[in-house]
Design a protein around this ligand. Sequence first.
Ligand SMILES: [Zn+2]
Length: 460
Amino acid sequence: MTPSPAAPADLVITGCTALRHTGTGSGSGSDERIEFAEDTSIVVRGGVIEAIGVDIELPDAVERIHARGQVAMPGLVNCHTHAPMVALRGIAEDLPTEEWFNDVVWPIESNLTAVDVELGAKLACAEMIRGGVTCFADHYFSMDTVAAVVEECGIRAHLGEAYFSSQGPQGREKSLEFALRHRGRAGGRITTALAPHAPYTVDDTALAATADLAREHGLPVHIHAAENRDQTEASLARHGRTPIEILARTGILTGDLDVLLAHGTGIVERDLPVLARTNGRTAVATAPRGYLRFAWPTTTPVRALRGIGVPVGLATDGAASNSSLDVWESMALTSLIQKSTEGDPRWLTSRQALHHATLQSARAVGFGGRIGSLAPGLRADIVLVDLTGPHTQPVHDLAATLVHSARSSDVRTTIVDGRILMRDRELLTLDVPEIVRELGERLPALVDRSHGRRIQEYGT
Ligand SMILES: [Zn+2]
């Protein structure tokens, strides 16, 4: 039923400075235009931004937020994470990739239960909502549980049940069943993908079968690929092809599927034409903190990817390798590391970083055209950021203040689909002390590695 125009709106925000996209949003360079409109009002009805502007007529509303001194921007998107891994935050520090996987993470993950996943997902959602993240792409196990947490706590998510080919066809079938069962759930807040782990843990036959299933059911694919340069070199030595070429050859990167690639720091020159041929249907998620900590020699080649029209979204990866789910930090680090890597202080400006954080991230997780911008008709995923703190004053360039001075703790209010999930820093749908208490009781069993098992072997 369509409410009559005379009915009160669900939410009206007044007096904010709004981040607005003024370019076409799809291209690179000059299209990445972002402006800030002062004294803006936003009307939300039925989960959607009904109106936004400076001198718009304001209806009665069930809830009102007066937001003078605050910036309204699209909620941030964490384009690749393993949310429940917050339970392992800080447990595997100062280790190279191989030992991190084989000696700590994969042995511990052989203990995982659905309850561990549930509590980890709740803690992760609390952290993300507090940090202004309104949508995340998750790639993990026991994903029915994560979907239930998403449904309950009100955040938006793009979810995939991870699998290795060591699980046999059952792993893939489970991923498909999950994706079909949960697609469009939680009032459309949940979208789903097939989630093979990576080309080094899922063999070519299983990748080809994945591509067939994705095509048959109209599902996207979310996969780790060319995570680091070692993986690309090992793949070339073993198969004569890079991981990206393997994904093309097995039918995944052929331009007729939507594919989200995690990391891509091992993407090399010869991969670019392969990615270019996918006509913008491939996106890459970059999570730079983990690359620094593992001392990987390269980072996601953002400039080259933008040059061929590949959107690059911001991510944190899991907290076991990133220590936090703070997308603000990913935004600042992406900007800084890109400048350093390219040797160009003019590359990856604050406005470009905000474009990655908003429109490109929304596209990367398959929500393009629905979120990522504050515009009439889009879902009302909005965060209000308080810039009155001493570390954000004075403001000469609002984009620079947001990217390089603001912190996740400056987010005062987080709104998803028109529903307020955090108001004035108070979480309204999750009880953190209770989650931490319950998780604490389970940790000894979860982190026990005395059994000597692991769910998988890392050898690139
Ligand atoms: Zn990952």
